[in-house]
Write a protein that binds this ligand. Structure first.
Ligand code: ZN
Length: 458
């Protein structure tokens, strides 16, 4: 994820520009919100006519240009905020003002906020009425105590559950866990925001790392992870951010709704090695992006089945942009296939409304026929096999499949000419599909031995 540098250098002093900017954006936003399917923009001057997949630049720029049209998140479906808008607000420091003014600026983003942020924003709004002379930080400090009480009760309750669940493990480990918990409890009670949930969970997992995997270990780790976070619990948010500057609090309410670029095939060199290419990029909000990390998309889908709806919604929008010349149509064809592959065939997005050329249609039909690649639980052996299975980048395969199509057309034209010259001794070139089948067979054999496929054949 990256935040775009600002192209303009407007001095967003508190008195002058924010009001103007504010109106500008909200007007643009309003028109879009009223008629989300009917985006107001003129047809792009860039022509994608006759473009081949290998001509499509790898850059994420075409997607970034769409940020301003308030795309919705692939996963959670929230309307996302353009990074530049957030950056401008951050640079200006305008949110350091008193809460009522800051609220006026942030009001138009309320619909973009994730649930905890929205809850906190509501609390800030309520309190801004009572204390109009305070800023966000001062309000959070004022109300911190009443939110810290339920938070501590939850935290201590979880510690209690951990201690109970660790009754059966060996006394040494148990002692270590008890000591760690006592330390952390102390930090919490001191009340200076010294307790760090992440640090505790890391230390806790470290203590357990020597122990062999078991149901108890899993249970303990699950319990530790139940400690409230600022992403999911308003009390944890308020306590954590009560020490942060007022503008940082305001920005934090927005930042997780920022539009970012997600790698559909994760960029993890150890396992999948998803490439940095437009054909592997899709817009997603910062929260969903950072929560997924580099886990496979199929896992994200399992955790968020609402993606079935939200991903299609985003895709409809992208198809619309492609039809209007704002995005390469090859992107749609390729990303449809990539999402399908990475979700193991489950997320088979409909792109029927894309106006495809004949060549594109052929390629799309071919991609649809391709078998969905199996995803194994990754251990070293499988990672190795996977490396064999995925030796090429998308660019390579794209070029290859295209060459093949071209060759086919070319050969068709030439067959009549060369009919007589054609010799039987030249072995027939294997198609991609055949190669893939062979690779799958190899993988299957490596995993299960020569069981089913062989016996069936004989
Ligand atoms: Zn999201």
């Amino acid at each position: 994820m990256k935040i775009l540098p600002l192209v303009w250098n407007v001095n967003l002093g508190r008195q002058q520009s924010p009001v103007n900017n504010h109106t500008d954006y909200s007007q643009q936003r309003l028109s879009l919100l009223k008629n989300p399917q009917n985006d107001v923009f003129e047809r792009s001057s860039i022509s994608f006519k006759g473009e081949r997949p290998e001509d499509v630049p790898a850059s994420r720029a075409p997607l970034e240009k769409l940020y301003k049209y308030h795309l919705t998140c692939l996963c959670c479906g929230r309307e996302m905020i353009e990074p530049e808008e957030i950056q401008k607000l951050a640079n200006s420091g305008v949110l350091r003002c008193n809460a009522p003014e800051a609220i006026e600026i942030l009001n138009k983003y309320e619909g973009n906020m994730h649930s905890v942020e929205k809850e906190v924003f509501g609390i800030l709004k309520e309190n801004a009425k009572k204390y109009p002379d305070l800023n966000f930080q001062q309000i959070l400090t004022l109300i911190k105590d009443e939110h810290e009480k339920p938070l501590i009760a939850t935290q201590f309750g979880i510690f209690k559950m951990i201690e109970k669940a660790s009754e059966n493990i060996n006394p040494e480990l148990r002692k270590e866990i008890k000591e760690l918990i006592e330390e952390e409890k102390q930090l919490i009670l001191e009340g200076n925001n010294q307790f760090r949930r992440k640090r505790f969970v890391n230390k806790f997992e470290q203590i357990l790392s020597g122990r062999k995997n078991s149901a108890t270990k899993e249970h303990l780790i699950r319990l530790a992870n139940k400690l409230p976070t600022a992403y999911e619990d308003k009390n944890a948010f308020i306590v954590k951010y009560s020490t942060k500057p007022a503008d940082a609090i305001g920005i934090r309410l927005l930042s997780y709704s920022m539009c970012t670029i997600e790698h559909v095939r994760p960029k993890n060199p150890k396992t999948t090695n998803g490439e940095n290419h437009l054909f592997n990029y899709i817009p997603e909000c910062m929260r969903c992006n950072s929560f997924r990390q580099d886990r496979p998309m199929i896992q994200q889908l399992e955790e968020h089945p609402e993606m079935f709806f939200n991903a299609q919604r985003l895709m409809n929008r992208l198809v619309d942009f492609a039809n209007r010349g704002k995005l390469s149509k090859w992107y749609i064809v390729k990303i449809q296939d990539r999402v399908k592959q990475e979700s193991e065939g489950l997320l088979d997005l409909n792109i029927d409304s894309l106006n495809m050329s004949r060549k594109m249609r052929r390629e799309y039909a071919k991609l649809q026929e391709d078998p969905v690649e199996p995803k194994f639980t990754v251990d070293d052996e499988m990672a190795e096999l996977r490396a064999i299975y995925r030796p090429k980048t998308t660019a390579d395969t794209t070029a290859e499949t295209l060459d093949e199509t071209n060759n086919k057309i070319y050969n068709k034209k030439r067959t009549s000419k060369n009919k007589n010259k054609n010799t039987e001794d030249t072995p027939k070139k294997k198609t991609n599909k055949e190669l893939k089948r062979e690779q799958i067979k190899k993988l299957h054999q490596a995993k299960y031995g020569n069981k089913k496929p062989e016996t069936r054949r004989r």
